[in-house]
Design a protein around this ligand. Structure first.
Ligand code: CP
Ligand code: NVA
Length: 298
């Protein structure tokens, strides 16, 4: 059966833990390790912009001995309305994996249904599981196991927040979400996290005693028209020095990037000593190498 990575829970918790350990080894041996994907090709279907996801998958495939194809709607027949199912059939007849970044989790499912090779979620409107692999790796490298720790999500209950809820249960940490009314994460993901999640409107409640504070932009890709309304809705949800002081003294700060300094986070925090955003971005590549090795190796 073809294994996909549409969600974190497409892998068992034990596989996720092994994958993080493997990512740390691959990082330490980045130019010396074996090339298990020699001759293999990853199709990368991007229907939204990307810097980190594109570069990390492309360099990951190169370092594993394989190749990656960047496919944008501007240059493929997808942009002219060729059905997703037909595209999936054709790409999977020539490539060994398909990474997809698109607007819709349902469309990702449709591609997976018609693909004979693994399909990897490179971000949808609902989830961003590859980001969580990098975030967990970063925490583990710097602070040890994340199980039993307290993580605070401040701001929009968006795609990355939903994946944090999924991760809370799979990696056994506590996620305190603080978001304004009307911007809560998906109820399904809150239900999945169960006792691993708590939600409050007050950022101070979530941040108190946290081991890690995380935020993301207030207007995600596709929500550009809502930017002005969102700026006022999220007033009071900025991660700043005062909020960081409520967390543990050695708390880390993460942001998946790109960031808007002066909106969801101050420059003082994101460019300050508790911020690990650059390691987090780099770990996208190492964690995805471990994922590609698992899913695409012969
Ligand atoms: N964090 C992340 O997914 O970044 P990109 O949008 O640049 O890929
Ligand atoms: N929530 C953001 C994440 C970008 C990596 C978005 O979807 O635009």
């Amino acid at each position: 059966m073809t294994r996909h990575f549409r969600l974190l829970s497409d892998l068992a918790a034990s596989e996720l833990h092994a994958l993080i350990d493997r990512a740390i080894v691959l990082k330490a041996t980045r130019h010396e390790h074996a090339r298990p994907l020699a001759g293999r090709c990853l199709a990368m279907v991007f229907q939204k912009s990307s810097t980190r996801t594109r570069v990390s998958f492309e360099v990951a495939m190169l370092q594993l001995g394989g190749h990656a194809l960047f496919l944008s709607p501007r240059d493929t027949q997808l942009g002219r309305g060729e059905p997703l199912a037909d595209t999936a059939r054709v790409l999977s007849s020539m490539c060994d994996g398909i990474m997809v970044r698109n607007d819709s989790q349902a469309e990702l499912e449709e591609i997976a249904q018609h693909s004979r090779v693994p399909v990897i979620n490179g971000l949808t409107d609902r989830t961003h599981p590859c980001q969580l692999l990098a975030d967990i790796q970063t925490f583990v490298e710097l602070r040890g196991p994340i199980a039993g720790r307290r993580v605070a999500w401040i701001g929009d209950g968006n795609n990355v927040c939903n994946s944090f809820l999924e991760a809370a249960r799979l990696f056994d940490f506590q996620l305190a979400v603080a978001c304004p009314k009307g911007f809560e994460p998906d109820p399904d993901w809150l239900a999945f996290a169960g006792s691993h999640a708590e939600i409050d409107e007050d950022p101070a409640v979530a941040a108190r005693d946290a081991d890690l504070i995380v935020t993301d932009v207030w207007a995600s890709m596709g929500q550009e028209d809502e930017q002005a309304d969102r700026l006022s809705a999220f007033d009071g949800y900025q991660v700043n020095g005062a909020l960081m002081k409520l967390a543990k003294a050695d708390a880390l700060f993460m942001h998946c990037l790109p960031a808007h300094r002066g909106e969801e986070v101050t420059a003082e925090v994101i460019d300050g000593p508790q911020s690990v955003v650059w390691a987090e971005a780099e770990n996208r590549m190492h964690a995805q190498k471990a994922l590609l090795e698992l899913l695409l190796s012969p």
